[in-house]
Design a protein around this ligand. Sequence first.
Ligand code: LMR
Length: 401
Amino acid sequence: MFEHIDAYPGDPILTLNEDFAKDPREDKVNLSIGIYFDDEGRLPVMRAVREAEAQMLAEPAAKPYLPMSGLAAYRDAVQSLVFGEASAARAEGRIATVQTLGGSGALKIGADFIKRYFPGSHVWVSDPTWDNHRFIFERAGLTVGTYPYYDDETGGLRFDAMLAAIRDLPAKSVVLLHACCHNPTGVDLNDAQWAELIGVMKARDLLPFIDMAYQGFGAGLDADAFAIRELVRQNVPGFVANSFSKNFSLYGERCGALSVICESAETAARVLGQLTGAVRSNYSNPPTHGAKIVARVLTTPALREAWQDELASMCKRIERMRVAIHARLRGNVPDAMLARYLEQRGMFTYTGLSAEQVDALRERHGVYLIRSGRMCVAALNGRNVETAAEAIGDVLSRAFA
Ligand code: LMR
């Protein structure tokens, strides 16, 4: 019966992370998966999360199913954080939000909705993008293409080429964009570029789908949501996926949401109904625990302040690690490849190392990056930065020898 099933080739990120766990070398370094580790190399439980969980444990509660659309307090808190407390679209009831299984769940619910209501639309992703973007949309039956984004030569953005390609897309094409801390490159649009791009999408009747998995790791919680607020300001309908995996360090709780900006409250109610239907037919309804934590933290002033402070200190630590690896690589890495360690934003730097060089780093030194050359700088710490830098220097010296 199952003879025709081919072997799963594995996931470029998650399978590598599993391989890392099996690697017996003691001095191995995992810079592959997008996870923030503290300076001791531990996955943090944030203070506000610990406190919220303690409060929740002290109030034992039954565990009924959540509504299909998710926990109401969570959905409201998501809208406030993503769109801004004073968002006009929010006040007008024009945003339909459902709780999802992380950011990936939001993409999947959005993909199913697009397949059903925009069956002729293709999805366009940046070149490069997070690998799972393509997997999710293709599995939902959609065709995925790419638009120019990253400039290999400069380590920056090909904004003009990106804009020209997007301007040429057929009406109702779906354009997937990263709100901030682009994964995998760490290269973002500035505010003026966002405003121009959104103007083009509006004029061309395109459907933006903004993925915000790293809110708070770029220029700040509000600044990182600029593109989303600009969509609302320019009155452009679109999709927003967001996740609390990274900024709450709640990876395994699968806390995300999908919001759809609609033209009227009446449309938003129908859209919300269909998103709810998509949740029901995928996994019925979402889990409770993480959503309760996030809602409690975001709506309790003292917890929210503690969360924001700790998130800000995580960002500062990443900045320090960028400086540390940059200093250690100086002289061992060609200048053209060095500046990006400081210039790129968020958890990642696109090192410019080839897949073969990444393989050599892993095989010879036990230093894991993903094969596109993406490095998770948020996993560097005072102890492993030297090992990582020496290993990169060694691999490059062989390449250029
Ligand atoms: C990553 O990009 O490494 C993370 O978002 C984890 C994942 O699910 O791929």
